[in-house]
Design a binder for this molecule. Structure first.
Ligand SMILES: Cc1ncc(COP(=O)(O)O)c(C=O)c1O
Length: 456
């Protein structure tokens, strides 16, 4: 049976009425990828208030690796509901928080003793990672990368790269944050090509200590192992070993922001595992909560203990329902083999997308690490000029044909896939069919250009 089923023109009348109420009651700041209002959801499918069924390739921006309302998560939440809702871990502790911390300490890379702090959101996890790194190293500065996204709070906006719509107008931001180029091979900041570049971008970190900030002032280097909002950019294999080697040499902590790339998205529990390095601190969020708000900071025990008693925490951090949900979601990943499933989806996507790159000249680059998949759209494969207009049209076509997916990239020219990993092969192919039809539809409006050399 087809998953996608549109009964009305979208948005339907009920969604339109709700959107009018939304516009009157809520500031325009929170953006919507689609104007439909949800009625219910299950697995990889969302039904809207007008009865239309959409295939969900966005997963609430990567928060539903284990799917919409998996039965085991549902039942863990219901069981917890019958015990207690809120206690505040800082007032009356409870086992779920401890159990989840133990689980994350075991699942994150590195056999050394670890500890985990639970908070509410990805941005809050990054805020705490910076606090902890500063407390441990007694140094102020942080180095981040071009095209990185780390959140919307003031400190995390300082860490985030993209100006519009995230940073512009909200200045000033906290200081002592320095930015260097990322390993974005399709758009290399140095105009070089991998592997003959010898990873100039990774060794640029050493150069930064001469030109930008002294090494002895730097508490941490923070990186998303695979860029999320920045366009699903997957650095070459040796990038992080070089970066972490330089960090170790100078007593600088390496923080992996796995808020989007973590919790099975790339075919490993954490994307940094693909690179064989062990971060000092890992932040996770999004899919960690199995659909409920939850984030974590996991790190070497001695680093995590650097902040004094009362220096970390918050009212709701690690609330009991989220902990129960997260433990159930992590069990599902193991029980249902979602790491393998993620790798499988990535291969399936790449097979299709490589053909698209030959077929449609607007497909400039194809990137996938497990189920973290994307295509980068360009006006001309030779110049690689970004094509945000085509990207918008593709997203719109998909939505109008029953597929919810979202864009990314500093230039807004990347279509990304964060489909729940529980999607069936049939559903996944159905979604890719819609995406392919969208590419054909948008390409038909533009003449074909010759292909440049391929990156994948
Ligand atoms: C890599 C990364 N870090 C941090 C954040 C911020 O997370 P949150 O929106 O939960 O604050 C995000 C959100 O997209 C993210 O992708």
């Amino acid at each position: 049976m087809k998953t996608i089923q549109l009964l009305t023109e979208v948005p339907g009348p009920k969604s339109r009425a709700l959107m009018q109420r939304r516009e009157a009651a809520i500031p325009r700041g929170p953006y919507h990828a689609t104007p439909i209002f949800a009625a219910r959801s299950e697995g990889a499918v969302i039904e809207d208030v007008d009865g239309n069924r959409f295939l969900d390739f966005a997963g609430g921006i990567g928060c539903l690796n284990t799917g919409h309302r998996p039965p085991a998560v549902d039942s863990a939440i219901r069981t917890q509901l019958e015990k207690y809702l809120h206690l505040c871990f800082s007032v009356t502790p409870y086992e779920g928080y401890v159990g989840l911390a133990e689980k994350l300490n075991a699942l994150t890379p590195g056999k050394f003793p670890k500890k985990t702090l639970l908070v509410n959101s990805g941005a809050e996890a990054l805020e705490n990672a910076v606090k902890i790194a500063r407390a441990y190293t007694k140094r102020p500065a942080v180095i981040v990368f071009n095209d990185a996204f780390h959140g919307r709070t003031m400190m995390t906006l300082a860490l985030t790269s993209k100006t519009h719509p995230y940073k512009a107008g909200f200045e000033p931001f906290p200081g002592d944050v320095y930015r260097i180029p990322f390993a974005y091979c399709y758009r290399c900041s140095y105009g070089l090509t991998y592997p003959s570049c010898k990873l100039t971008c990774a060794s640029a970190l050493e150069d930064a200590f001469k030109r930008i900030v002294s090494a002895e002032s730097v508490a941490a280097v923070i990186a998303e192992p695979v860029l999320g909002e920045g366009g699903f950019v997957v650095p070459p294999k040796e990038f992080y070993s070089t970066v972490t080697e330089i960090c170790r040499k100078h007593g600088i902590l390496f923080v992996a922001d796995e808020v989007q790339s973590g919790v099975a998205r790339t075919g490993k529990y954490f994307a940094i595992e693909h690179y064989g390095v062990e971060p000092d601190i890992i932040t996770s969020a999004k899919s960690l909560g199995g659909g409920l708000p939850l984030a974590a900071v996991t790190g070497r025990a001695e680093i995590m203990d650097a902040a004094g008693v009362g220096g970390l925490g918050g009212t709701f951090g690690g609330n009991p329902l989220s902990c129960a949900s997260a433990l159930a979601a992590l069990d599902i990943i193991e029980r249902d083999g979602l790491l393998g499933r993620s790798a499988h989806l990535g291969h399936r996507f790449e097979e299709r997308a490589k053909v698209w790159r030959k077929q449609f000249s607007i497909v400039g680059d194809v990137r996938a690490l497990g189920g973290m998949c994307a295509i980068e759209l360009v006006k001309d494969p030779g110049t690689r000029e970004p094509h945000p207009e085509a990207t918008k049209k593709i997203a719109q076509y998909c939505y109008e044909h029953g597929l919810i997916n979202i864009t990314a990239g500093t230039y807004g020219n990347v279509m990304r896939i964060l489909v729940p990993l529980v999607v069936t092969d049939e559903q996944f192919d159905e979604g890719l069919d819609v995406l392919e039809a969208a590419l054909a539809h948008v390409s038909a409006a533009a003449p074909r250009k010759e292909l440049a050399t391929s990156n994948v």
